[in-house]
Design a protein around this ligand. Structure first.
Ligand code: BEZ
Ligand code: FE
Length: 286
């Protein structure tokens, strides 16, 4: 045991993080010890940098307590906190470094639901009849541009009023604006949905109040969600974004990447109002 670890009861401001971390020397899990020690190091540096007062420390504890109390099977306030602080996107970025040609990841978000119905290629996912219709199409490709057969494309979006079906179970039809499509040998996909609209992330809890206190809005720019899987390839969790959205530069959860801004073209005539074409390129598993 190091000398620091034996300095019982001798906490000192100047060496605070070292004294705490010396207690982790006996940890049987080196990765856990590394993570917690780095966390302690940075937390102590943060407290010293801002000279945190005791009322501020208490406000932080109260904030985390309220966030925990807000969590349920349907609501995860801590992930929302991670999202608005850019942490979710940072963890996503460092874990999904890909060749430039591969489609970039972005946040999954809290509104994905397993088990959406598989639909015929070309079918609609919009069941409530609201919104401006939009045909989404493109191909699922490998890094060399060859089509991927058997890719499973799970898509979901908000409705014309900015709500996902799971936020309004008594208002929207189940599986509204959701569906799963599987590619054939051409790798092509096509489905009918609506041109998504921007919407606020759930902001009736402590995270929403924090955003307001910081002078930040809670909006996400309009997007279509995709979770694309195929045997032998890394799962792709991504969106396509509507290019003229007013919130593209200030997404509440930092999910926008320039490469994911898709064309949305107004059709000159016919029953479908918009058309959006986007190819997704999957990265092979190593
Ligand atoms: C979403 O796009 O569905 C989302 C992502 C992060 C937080 C809230 C919503
Ligand atoms: Fe979303």
């Amino acid at each position: 045991m190091s000398q620091l670890a034996t300095e019982n009861g001798t906490f000192r401001e100047e060496r605070s993080a070292e004294i705490v971390n010396a207690r982790h020397e006996g940890c049987a899990d080196p990765r856990l010890a590394q993570i917690i020690s780095a966390l302690v190091f940075h937390l102590h540096a943060f407290v010293k940098e801002v000279h945190l007062t005791q009322p501020e420390w208490q406000a932080g504890i109260d904030f985390l307590t309220t966030a925990g109390q807000m969590c349920s099977g349907e609501r995860q306030e801590f992930i929302l906190l991670s999202d608005v602080l850019g942490l979710s996107m940072l963890v996503d970025a460092i874990n999904h470094r890909r060749p430039d040609v591969a489609t970039e990841n972005t946040v999954l978000g809290p509104f994905h639901v397993d088990g959406a119905p598989q639909r015929q290629m070309g079918e609609t996912i919009c069941l409530d009849g609201k919104g401006e219709s939009c045909r989404f199409e493109g191909r699922i490709l490998d890094l060399a541009g060859a089509p991927i057969e058997g890719a499973r494309i799970d898509v979901w979006s908000d409705n014309a009023e900015g709500f996902y079906d799971v936020q309004q179970p008594d208002v929207q039809p189940k599986w509204n604006n959701r569906g799963v499509f599987v590619t054939d040998s051409t790798g092509a996909y096509s489905f009918l949905g609506i041109k998504p609209v921007s919407y606020p992330i759930p902001d009736d809890g402590p995270v929403g109040r924090l955003l307001a206190a910081l002078g930040r809005h809670p909006y996400r720019p309009a997007h279509m969600h995709y979770l694309i899987t195929a045997p032998g390839y890394e799962p792709l969790v991504t969106h396509t974004f509507v290019g003229d959205d007013q919130y593209l530069g200030s997404d509440a959860v930092f999910g926008v990447k320039a490469s994911l801004i898709a064309p949305f073209e107004r059709m000159p005539s016919g029953p479908v109002i918009w058309h959006s074409s986007f190819d997704f390129v999957l990265n092979p598993l190593t």
